[in-house]
Design a protein around this ligand. Structure first.
Ligand code: SER
Length: 322
């Protein structure tokens, strides 16, 4: 199996690439990103190509030269950056996906993983236990591109028989590569000053509740969905979730381990984005159809995050480079 991971230097890609290389062999998994791999593990474990997915010729060359059969298409501009650069968000998120689908139609690609997001929902969507089938009318460009992406994937699957599978990820929390330009980034950022004994200034209100997931569950979900028997899947893109908490509840959980940890709440433009997204997600279809079951809740996630970052701080490399 020859696998391409786009967005391989990003928050999810940098860890998913390593897991795929363990399973399928280092040389079988081509990491593609628009910047150099920051981690030594990513750089040394297999091939890396520099790639802008909005450039169809460049993408075609990588697929052809490496005989790609499966693509984890993670390259995307996230929600906060997308509001600052909406044209770039459309170009990368929609044209990049369209390029991939067109090339998949013409070549031997047999499976594509497409990460969607809670950003497909909007202010008119029920915010608690948001259903699988519901109103998709986002107010961010990122959300618009993800709804468009879901529809494009549906079309290419029905019209051209491609096997495309997707997940509407919540905010992803991880200790390795930090997220770049998302609205849920505060749930990762907060841990860094916490392990240094410093206060954190949070860019959403204390009572802001969003659905979240710890990285091991995020990776397991992608692998499980891609390996599930196609006949069992009633949907192409599944709601998926693990936990929901407010910014204040996260700070309180961290405070159990770091007494005296202080957080100041100074909402910025990202508050409006957070307010347009669900507080919690109904992911029962994923649980029924392909056995989705998260392993991490808030307390377990906080323990692991603090342990990982404390180890890095002790080693003198708390902040990842790159
Ligand atoms: N975590 C992402 C963001 O905040 C949502 O998909 O943009």
């Amino acid at each position: 199996m020859r696998i391409l991971v786009t967005g391989a230097t990003g928050q999810i890609g940098s860890e998913l690439t390593l897991v795929l290389r363990e399973r399928y062999g280092g040389d079988a998994v081509i990491a593609a990103g628009h910047r150099k791999p920051a981690s030594a593990a990513l750089a040394s474990s297999g091939p890396f190509v520099s790639l802008d997915v909005a450039n169809r010729d460049a993408l075609a060359r990588v697929i052809r030269e490496h005989g790609i059969e499966t693509v984890y298409h993670l390259a995307a501009v996230l929600s906060a950056t997308g509001e600052q650069h909406p044209q770039r968000a459309w170009d990368v998120n929609v044209n990049g996906l369209y390029n991939l689908l067109e090339l998949a139609r013409e070549s031997g690609i047999r499976q594509i993983f497409y990460p969607s997001s809670i950003a497909v929902f909007g202010p008119r969507t029920p915010r608690d236990r948001t259903p699988q089938d519901t109103v998709l009318s986002p107010t961010t460009m990122y959300g618009v591109t993800k709804v468009t992406g879901e529809l494009l994937c549906d079309y290419y699957a029905h019209r051209f028989g491609l096997d495309i599978r997707g997940l509407r990820y919540p905010g992803i929390i991880s200790s390795e590569t930090p997220p770049g330009g998302g609205t849920t980034d505060y749930a990762v950022e907060m841990f860094y000053p916490a392990v240094e004994g410093k206060p954190y200034t949070c860019f959403v209100r204390e009572d802001t509740m969003l659905p979240m997931m710890f990285m091991p569950d995020c990776l397991q979900a992608a692998l499980d969905l891609m390996e599930a028997p196609g006949a069992k899947l009633r949907y192409r893109t599944y709601n998926i979730s693990a936990m929901s908490f407010t910014a204040g509840e996260l700070a309180a959980e961290i405070r159990k381990h770091v007494p005296g940890f202080r957080v100041e709440y100074v909402p910025d433009f990202r508050q409006a984005i957070a307010d347009s997204w669900p507080r919690s997600i109904d992911d029962s279809a994923a649980r029924t159809d392909w056995g989705w079951k998260p392993r991490y809740g808030l307390p377990e996630m906080v323990v692991e995050m603090l342990a990982a970052l404390s180890r890095r701080r002790a080693a003198g490399c708390l902040y990842p480079t790159g």
